[in-house]
Structure formats: C-alpha cells, structure tokens
Design a protein around this ligand. Structure first.
Ligand SMILES: C[S@@+](CC[C@H](N)C(=O)[O-])C[C@H]1O[C@@H](n2cnc3c(N)ncnc32)[C@H](O)[C@@H]1O
Length: 331
C-alpha cells in the first residue's frame, strides 16, 4: 500500500496510525491493499446501515450506462455544474474523501480530472462498490481508492482530508446529525466539507409527489421533472423511482440545524448551492432572515428541481495560523 494512502488510514477502534505497523492498543492491522479496503469484511452492517446497504446492494446509485468509460464519464460530469464547480475548486494534489460515494462516479471524475489528487471513496454497499471497482478497472484510474465501511466507523484518519464530499448520504442514516459530525471530523485544518442533504423545504413538493405515488401505486410522471424527461434510459428511470419513491430510510433537515451541527464540529459556513456558482465564493452570513428567504426559494424550486430538494453547503475548518493560505483550495 502506498505511503500517501497509509497516512490517511487508522484503526477504526482506537484511531491509532497504521504507518508503523499494526495498532499497538488492539493489534488490528491495516486492511490488505489492492482492490478494496474492506473494513466490514463478512460483518453485515447493523441497524439502518443494514437496511440502507441492502437497498443499494440491489440498486447501486448512480447507475453506469452500458459502455461507460473514462471519456463518457468525463463528458457527463463536466456537463453537471456542481461537478464542474467542485473540480474547479479542488487543487491539483489535494486529498479528497467522498463519503457515501455510491458507485463513485463523482470520485472517479475528480480522480480523472486531477491525476495528482488522491481520492478515496467510502461506502457501505457492496453492490455500489462492486460497480465502482469495475469502472475503476475499466477506466484505469490509479489515484482512486475504495473503502467499504460504515461512515460511523471507518479506517480513515480524522482531520486528514483537504476536501470531504458527502452528498445524498446523511439523510439516509439513523442519526443524520451524528453523520454530519462524523463527516466533519475528517476535514483537515484549512480543509472543506461539501455536504449535500434533503432540505426540509426543498423536499416538500416531492413529499406530496411521493404521497400521490403511494396512493396511486406508481409515480405520476408529469409531476416529476426527472420522469418527465423523454431521453431518460429505462434503467435510469427505474433507479430514480427506487431512490426517490421507495427508499426505506429517509428524512429531511433544516439548514439552521445543519449549520449548528457543523459549527459544533468546528466548521464555519462558506456558502450554499443553489444558487449555482463557484464553491469558493463566500456568501453572506446566514442570518434567520436570509435562511427564511432561502427556505422559500427552495420550496418553490421543488416543482422543477431535478435534485428533488437536495441542498449543498460548503463548510470550512479554520487553517492553522502558521499555514493560513497554503493553497488547499483555489480561492
Ligand atoms: C443516494 S446515494 C449517493 C451516492 C453519491 N454520494 C452521489 O451523490 O451520487 C447514498 C449512498 O450513501 C451510502 N450510505 C448510506 N448510509 C451510509 C453509511 N452509514 N455509511 C456509508 N455509506 C452510507 C449508500 O450505501 C449509498 O451508496
């Protein structure tokens, strides 16, 4: 295993480094390098993790198209403003963690776009990671590492990653606020967390759509901006319906509570998306009045939002005084 990756790993039980061999306290060794750093092994995840893991084992998200390769992924992601903005913001040699990476499309894109970056994708679903591994092999990406672990208990070092991305994950856990704190803990001093979750107001319209679908037995296409698309491949349509209408563990969160949790974990507000824009662009402080205005915008956006109420916040950990401005991000 290469030294750069080893420096990002630690014993999930004691938090001790594996750089000098097995953990001194409990004797646990670093997982074998190679294909997948499997921290769960044959252990099944427990509680909500088991339900969610089984759900994504059957329906890995997001799905790959038949014949997808490095070029098709690069083209597809470059057309998504969020992926482009993230790539623009992350420096050439940064360490990046995608927590709850699913099939690792975003992680693979970031790795392909910056071959000196070290990108680690972590997820608990064996099915999602199998798709990620197959794509990594097919696309020949050697700076993308994949780990199988529950985000509440990973072999990843705290305060070690320049950028942590955790999108569409915390609202599928039993304790979303503990999940946010867990994600925040991986952010290095001077680093950033890009956190995406279902906003309480942004998700309101979808909740109505979902109730109608339950009552009717299937979604009403015309109400859903994704199902209205005529170019949607059948497998993508099925994945969307499962993820949006049949998910067994899902909640939505208010921005104020998320920001308080992040602040408690040492992270300060940079901005939210939408509106689209550069990830380094600082927004004005989210006062109650500005949060109320954003809530209203999210509520109205719900009718046409292709992300069905997903909001993203960029949060940062203050740099250590001596190294302020050392180029962890590109602002
Ligand atoms: C909706 S998918 C999002 C995938 C990816 N982040 C994206 O934006 O395309 C949610 C992913 O979170 C993972 N997940 C949910 N709970 C988790 C946990 N406790 N630990 C690790 N991964 C988890 C699921 O297995 C699933 O692959």
């Amino acid at each position: 295993m290469n030294a750069r990756l080893l420096a990002l790993l630690c014993c999930p039980d004691c938090g001790a480094s594996w750089a000098d061999g097995p953990c001194r306290a409990c004797g646990r060794r670093a997982p074998a390098g190679g294909e997948l750093l499997d921290c769960l092994g044959d252990d099944a995840p427990v509680g909500a993790g088991a339900t969610v893991g089984a759900f994504y084992d059957e329906r890995p998200f997001p799905g790959y198209g038949v014949g997808d390769d490095a070029l098709t992924l690069l083209d597809r992601c470059a057309a998504v403003p969020f992926a482009r903005a993230l790539d623009d913001a992350i420096p050439a040699a940064a360490t990046v963690l995608d927590l709850g990476c699913g099939t690792a499309q975003l992680a693979a894109f970031l790795a392909l776009r910056g071959r000196r970056r070290l990108v680690v994708g972590c997820d608990l679903s064996r099915g999602a990671l199998a798709a990620a591994l197959a794509f990594r092999r097919r696309a020949g990406i050697d700076n993308l590492e994949l780990a199988r672990a529950d985000l509440f208990r990973t072999p990843l070092r705290r305060l070690a990653f320049d950028w942590v991305v955790c999108r569409g994950v915390v609202h599928h856990t039993a304790d979303p606020f503990a999940a946010i704190a867990a994600a925040a803990a991986f952010v290095a001093p001077g680093g950033r967390l890009v956190l995406g979750w279902y906003d309480r107001f942004g998700r309101a319209v979808h909740r109505v759509r979902s109730r109608c679908a339950r009552w009717r037995g299937r979604p009403i296409d015309v109400l859903d901006p994704v199902l209205r698309r005529t170019d949607l491949a059948p497998e993508k349509r099925a994945a969307w319906i499962a993820d949006q209408y049949r998910h067994p563990v899902e909640t939505s969160l208010g921005l104020g509570a998320v920001l308080r949790t992040a602040a408690g974990a040492g992270l300060a507000f940079v901005r939210t998306l939408p509106p689209a824009g550069a990830l380094d662009e600082r927004a004005r402080a989210p006062t109650p009045a500005r949060r109320a205005a954003l809530a209203l915008r999210m509520l109205l956006r719900g009718v046409t939002d292709p992300d069905a109420g997903l909001i993203v916040a960029v949060l940062e950990r203050a740099p250590p005084l001596a190294t302020a401005g050392d180029g962890r991000h590109r602002s």
